[in-house]
Design a protein around this ligand. Structure first.
Ligand code: HEM
Length: 194
């Protein structure tokens, strides 16, 4: 699977743009963006963890859920926006390698799953929150959403960290067929027969 031709052509085109070249060759900009990406974790996931731990009945159990979310979630949303902006800039700086990174691909899948989990929570679980808002231990549905959220975002952090390691990079051939398929590597016969 090399992925839709357009996606590969797009990241290759992106890598040739002046902005991408300037970012990847910059002495300070790339580390600055990446440091911001890491530091913003505290704002985004640090605050989201507070809400999830309340929903699990593990933290601030005497404070109504609605009060915890009302006070904390604005910081989570601001942190999420900063994570997305810095993440897109990191991708823009090294688009081809990142697009071919198995870790990045798993990270995107986990982020989408975390988004679906949050949507389902807001759409289904939160509907009757007035009933259990003050409960020290919210109902199973809320606890499942919170546990799933913590697990998925932990996976995003681990896979994000792994992007820097080149164990499965496409230029390290030969690799197992599954790795080349999952990473979308375009491999020549000469590379495979090394
Ligand atoms: C919104 C939630 C996100 C979280 C929690 C997150 C988390 C992380 C973490 C923990 C790292 C490792 C940083 C390090 O230790 O070096 C990382 C790296 C990275 N992230 Fe994200 N990220 C998010 C969104 C994004 C998005 C939306 C993109 C791009 C579309 C992205 C692209 C990257 C890239 C390319 C790296 C590798 C940087 C490097 O190693 O040089 N991230 N991310």
């Amino acid at each position: 699977m090399t992925g839709p031709v357009s996606m590969r052509a797009f990241v290759e085109w992106l890598a040739g743009t002046q902005g991408s070249i300037a970012l990847v060759e910059s002495l300070h900009m790339y580390p600055l963006i990446e440091t911001t990406h890491v530091l913003t974790l505290m704002l985004f996931l640090g605050t989201l963890a507070i809400v999830d731990l309340r929903l699990l009945g593990a933290l601030f159990t005497r404070v109504p859920v609605s009060e915890v979310t009302a006070r904390v979630l604005p910081f989570t949303v601001a942190g999420f926006a900063l994570m997305i902006i810095t993440g897109l800039l990191l991708f823009y700086a090294i688009p081809v390698r990142t697009y071919e990174s198995i870790w990045f691909r798993i990270k995107v899948i986990l982020m989408v799953a975390a988004g679906i989990n949050a949507w389902l929570f807001h759409r289904r679980v939160k509907r009757d929150r007035a009933l259990w808002d003050g409960w020290e231990r919210p109902p199973l549905g809320a606890r499942l959403s919170a546990g799933t959220s913590l697990g998925l975002w932990a996976g995003v952090i681990v896979t994000g960290r792994m992007i820097a390691y080149n164990w499965f990079d496409c230029d390290r051939q030969p690799q197992p067929d599954f790795i080349n398929w999952a990473a979308g590597c375009v491999v020549t016969m000469a590379e495979l027969s090394q």
